[in-house]
Write a protein that binds this ligand. Sequence first.
Ligand code: SAM
Length: 223
Amino acid sequence: MTQHNIINGEALETLKGIEAGTIDLVVTDPPYLCNYQDRDGRKVRNDDNAAGVLGVFSELFRVLQQDSYAVVFCGWTAIDQFSKAWADAGFKVGGHLVWGKDYVSNTKHVQYRHESAWLLTKGNPQRQGKALPDLLDWTYSGNRHHPTQKAVEVIAPLIRSFSKPGDVVLDPFLGSGTTAVAAALSGRVAIGVELEAKYCELAKNRVSGAERYHAAKGERQAA
Ligand SMILES: C[S@@+](CC[C@H](N)C(=O)[O-])C[C@H]1O[C@@H](n2cnc3c(N)ncnc32)[C@H](O)[C@@H]1O
């Protein structure tokens, strides 16, 4: 039986049922509040609804253990609203991560060629090992499963840098399950919440595959 927990539900309501201080790391890619639509017309739930996204941060702060990190992907368009929600929840900003893309995803006043995430802190977490550079190379996921799917290669280094093997990693906006897949492949325990049943099912399947792969790798190394 899987040790990971993928929940089809609403993030704020689901987090209220999690005990305070029991999560070691949050890695999440919330709706950016930019009303995104891809070339195929696919949209992201709550990308036009700040109330369905920003209220989650105070609960994330509560469920995180003292002296821990949250990595939150975010675009620049609604950064004022996100910054206020993070500060109101009690988070401090501990770093800003930028991934350079080798393609243009949109063009308005400038070409859009980067992705970014904010490293938030609760209390005073201590870095483990070598510091992650704040300028990183982007890997395109292909968006096969989800219109804003992140690549496992982008998420896994974050999990490995900001948590330890066996830690519990939470993503309240799980989408197709990338954070949970990266957590399972890294020997962490994943908790993911996703509003849309179809993405939740996809996430469960992807995590089962990752779990089997990780277990088989452990057996090969032990042999
Ligand atoms: C930007 S996408 C995450 C994509 C993910 N990183 C991936 O690789 O597939 C955000 C996800 O949050 C979900 N979502 C939006 N509001 C939510 C809420 N209040 N509770 C739970 N999930 C929500 C959306 O359905 C969407 O799948």
